[in-house]
Design a protein around this ligand. Structure first.
Ligand code: F6P
Length: 352
């Protein structure tokens, strides 16, 4: 039975990664597993000497509330297309298997988003490496799981930022646009915007029209509210243009909204704030610590049951395993869903 397990984090970090790993180590050790941490995603297995750490419950103390990932991470370490330093990519995936054999690792627990889970699945299919995936992204855009840890921490940060912007916007009679992350999904903007009382929430799933956003500003002015707060998701785009694709430039979606509004209201006192990585750094909120702990325990439960090739998920309130391939399916906000409807019901404008 596979009892020597490696564990790594890949892709961008998310609050709660350390809490997952703490749970894997605490529970795994209790069941007789030996857990080895691999540094900087798969890179720790590709370098000589190998960059790995033996993990114990004692070495994992203090991790529950710690943001980031203590093992380090990268989104430039695909072993199937590894940058060789001369501008080309090399397939070094076989070396992962070799390193695991050398270290006596029977399987890998891989914490990562869609890209990292795709690599994990390929390692399983091409080299027979046993993997269990734990989904991770603050964007909450993975179709396989109802929630990802880190999302709620990002949402809390957006809500807190809106609370702060509220007082200054109101003092100066300004319109402030807050750009938030989320790639091509508007979950962070939608949840954070509702929690922070945004007047408009602009998301990729509902392409925006400038006239509707301007009408919202004027409607508020007419009722004696000469300031407004808008949340703009980084992937948002106008109904008059095609979707931006996956290469998003921080600040550009919001700049576009700002320019369109100012073209119609040139005297408007408008400011743009790009929240950026503030919403990804720092400690996980209590909700994410609980979810992360459940997912770490779920990963060991899958290993115990021999269910390699599966991803730990939260579905209908329960932690379960689903085939790893499902980690690659993305999810977006339902523009006709209950949450958008609730926001509209309390007066939030979506621009479309
Ligand atoms: O997927 C998580 C995420 O934070 C997105 O919301 C954002 O678009 C992207 O990663 C930022 O990536 P990076 O940290 O590489 O700039």
């Amino acid at each position: 039975m596979a009892k020597n397990i490696g564990m790594l984090t890949g892709g961008g970090d998310a609050p709660g990664l350390n809490a997952v790993m703490r749970a894997v180590v605490k529970y795994g050790t209790k069941l007789g597993y030996t857990i080895t941490g691999v540094e900087d995603s798969f890179n720790g297995l590709l370098e000589t000497p190998r960059r790995v750490q033996g993990l114990t419950p004692v070495s994992c103390k203090g991790l529950l509330q710690l943001g980031g990932t203590f093992l380090g991470t990268t989104n430039h370490g695909d072993p199937f297309a590894f940058p060789d330093g001369s501008g080309h990519d090399a397939d070094r995936s076989r070396e992962v298997k070799r390193a695991m054999d050398e270290l006596g690792l029977d399987g890998l627990i891989v914490l990562g988003g869609d890209g990292t889970q795709r690599i994990a699945r390929k390692l399983m299919e091409v080299h027979g490496i046993k993997v269990i995936g734990v989904p991770k992204t603050i964007d909450n855009d993975l179709g396989a799981t109802d929630l990802t840890f880190g999302f709620q921490s990002a949402v809390d940060c957006v809500a807190d930022s809106l609370d702060r912007l509220h007082t200054t916007a109101e003092s100066h009679d300004r319109v402030i646009l807050l750009e938030v992350m989320g790639r091509n999904a508007g979950f962070i903007a939608l949840h954070g915007g509702i929690a922070g009382g945004a007047d408009a929430i602009v998301i990729p799933e509902i392409p925006w029209q400038a006239d509707r956003l301007v009408a919202k500003i004027e409607e508020r002015r007419a009722i004696g509210r000469p300031f407004s707060l808008f949340v703009v998701a980084e992937g948002a785009y106008p109904s008059s243009a095609p979707a931006p694709g996956t290469k998003l430039v921080p600040g550009s979606a919001t700049q576009r909204v700002a320019e369109a509004i100012l073209a119609r209201l040139p005297k408007l006192d408008l400011r743009v704030t790009v929240l950026g990585h503030l919403q990804r750094g720092g400690s996980p909120v209590a909700f994410d610590r609980v979810l992360a702990t459940r997912m770490g325990v779920g990963a060991i439960d899958l290993a115990e049951a021999g269910r390699w090739g599966e991803l730990v998920c939260l579905r209908n309130g329960r932690i379960e395993g689903v085939p790893l391939a499902e980690a690659e399916e993305n999810r977006v906000v339902d523009p006709d869903g209950e949450l958008v409807r609730a926001a509209r019901a309390v007066g939030v404008e979506f621009g479309g």
